[in-house]
Design a protein around this ligand. Structure first.
Ligand code: ADP
Ligand code: ADP
Length: 225
C-alpha cells in the first residue's frame, strides 16, 4: 500500500516560485497523470518526489511518512525517463538486474530475478541482446523492468514515450498501463500531451504556472468551460 501526498509543496529557484504550495493526493494503486503546458512545473514536482530536487517548503509523504528528507535510494520509488538511460554495453538481462548490484543480492539470484521480470514483460527471448539491437518499444520495456526489479512502492514516468513514433506511442501507452494495473504500483505519469493524458488514466491533475488548476476524471475536467 502506498498513498503519496503533497502537502503545500513549494519549489523556488532564487526568488522565482516554480511550484507554488501544491496539494495533491495520489491514491494507493492508482495511475495519476500530471498534465499541463511546458514549463508549468510537472517535471520539477516529479523530481522532488524522487528526491532528485530539494523542496523549498511543505512536505511529501508516502503512507503518512514524511520522505522529503530521505536520499533518493531510501524512498522506495523508481523513475523511468524519456531517454531510457539504458547501459549500452550491458545486455537486456544485465540492464534489468543492475539496480540489484547496490544491494546484497548474489549475482546468480539477481540474474534469475531479472529473467523473471524480463519474462513478465515479454522480453524473455531478448535477454542476451544489447539495447541498440532492440526497438524503441522494447528498450522502453527494459527501462520499466529495471525500474520494477526492486519492487518499488511508487513508479514515476517523465514523458516516457515522447521519443517514440506516433503508432508505437499509442501501443506502448496501453502496454504500460497494463503493467501498472497488473503490478498495482502507485504511479505518477507526466506528459504535456492532453490526448495521451485523457486516454492513460481516470485521474488527472492539470498544472498551470506551478499550481494545480484542476483535478479529477478527464470527462469532468473537459466538460467544464
Ligand atoms: P515542465 O515539466 O512542466 O515542463 P519544469 O518542471 O521542467 O516544467 O520547469 C518549470 C519551470 O522551472 C520552468 O520555467 C523552468 O524553466 C524552471 N526551471 C527548471 N529547472 C530550473 C533550474 N535548475 N533553475 C531555474 N529554473 C528552473
Ligand atoms: P564488472 O564488475 O567488471 O562489471 P562483473 O562480473 O561483476 O564484472 O559483472 C558483469 C556484469 O554482470 C555487470 O556488468 C552487471 O551488469 C552484472 N552483475 C554483476 N553482479 C550483479 C549483481 N549483483 N546484480 C545484478 N547484476 C550484476
Amino acid at each position: 500500500m502506498a498513498e503519496v501526498r503533497f502537502n503545500k509543496v513549494r519549489k523556488k529557484y532564487g526568488s522565482t516560485v516554480i511550484v507554488d504550495d501544491v496539494d495533491i493526493v495520489f491514491p494507493d494503486g492508482s495511475l495519476t497523470v500530471l498534465v499541463g503546458p511546458s514549463g508549468c512545473g510537472k517535471s520539477t514536482s516529479l523530481r522532488m518526489l524522487a528526491g532528485l530536487e530539494e523542496i523549498s517548503g511543505g512536505e511529501i509523504m508516502i503512507d503518512g511518512r514524511v520522505i522529503n528528507g530521505l536520499e533518493p535510494r531510501d524512498r522506495d520509488i523508481a523513475m523511468v525517463f524519456q531517454n531510457y538511460a539504458l547501459y549500452p554495453h550491458l545486455t537486456v538481462l544485465e540492464n534489468i538486474a543492475f539496480p540489484l548490484r547496490a544491494t546484497k543480492t548474489r549475482r546468480a539470484d539477481a540474474l534469475r530475478r531479472a529473467q523473471d521480470v524480463a519474462d513478465s514483460l515479454g522480453l524473455g527471448a531478448l535477454t542476451s541482446r544489447k539495447p541498440k539491437d532492440l526497438s524503441g518499444g522494447q528498450q522502453q520495456r527494459v527501462a520499466i523492468g529495471r525500474a520494477i526489479i526492486r519492487q518499488p512502492a511508487v513508479f514515476l514516468f517523465d514523458e516516457p514515450l515522447s521519443n517514440l513514433d506516433a503508432k508505437l506511442r499509442v501501443e506502448t501507452r496501453f502496454e504500460l498501463l497494463q503493467i501498472q494495473r497488473r503490478l498495482g504500483i502507485t504511479a505518477v505519469y507526466v506528459t504535456h500531451d492532453q490526448e495521451e493524458a485523457m486516454t492513460m488514466s481516470d485521474r488527472m491533475v492539470v498544472m498551470r504556472d506551478g499550481r494545480v488548476a484542476q483535478s479529477g476524471r478527464p470527462d469532468e475536467i473537459y466538460a467544464r468551460p
